[in-house]
Ligand binder design. Structure first.
Ligand SMILES: [Zn+2]
Ligand SMILES: [Zn+2]
Length: 169
């Protein structure tokens, strides 16, 4: 994914990208990316500064941490950074995420790393198919979202109840 800096005008331009996760070298254990990654960036040039911002649209597929069902979710992280153009011929030397320094002669700027990192940062640590997912019964293993079972409820429930009473009093 390359942003063509030569096309960017003071009034701003819009750039659309669409690339397969594998072409972006986007991979994370436990996650699949079934759809192409779409990126819409708007970039505006002001003097020697280019301001870039936009939104990434991606679909992730993963296993619910509670019920082990495979489910899909949209992930739409924002991306934004500033490019400072310099007269020197030195390559990029800023290491800040949101600030890049480039020689004025730069034609295209590779943005794949940024896009990949923005998505990785947003991946859920504990994926849940939905907030109230009831998970699997620890005793018989049925999916409690789909069916009830006759297993003895865990004793901790009662302890919580007496604690709750204590606080209510
Ligand atoms: Zn679930
Ligand atoms: Zn059960």
């Amino acid at each position: 994914m390359k942003l063509d800096l030569r096309l960017i005008k003071p009034e701003g331009n819009e750039f659309n990208f669409s690339e397969l996760a594998q072409d972006l070298e986007l991979a994370a254990e436990g996650f699949e990316f079934p759809e192409p990654i779409e990126v819409i960036l708007s970039a505006a040039k002001s003097g020697d500064e280019i301001i870039v911002q936009g939104r990434i649209s991606s679909t992730i597929e993963m296993e619910c941490a509670r019920c082990l069902d495979i489910f899909e979710m949209e992930l739409n992280p924002r991306v934004q950074f500033v490019i400072q153009l310099l007269d020197s011929n030195q390559p990029e030397f800023s290491d800040a995420d949101d600030f890049v320094i480039l020689p004025k002669t730069t034609g295209e700027f590779e943005i794949s790393d940024r896009i990949r990192e923005s998505i990785i940062l947003e991946l859920p640590l504990k994926p849940l198919c939905y907030e109230g997912c009831r998970g699997l019964c620890p005793m018989c293993g049925v999916n409690l979202n789909e069916t009830e079972c006759d297993c003895t409820p865990d004793k901790t429930d009662e302890r919580w109840d007496s604690l709750k009473q204590l606080f209510d009093e």
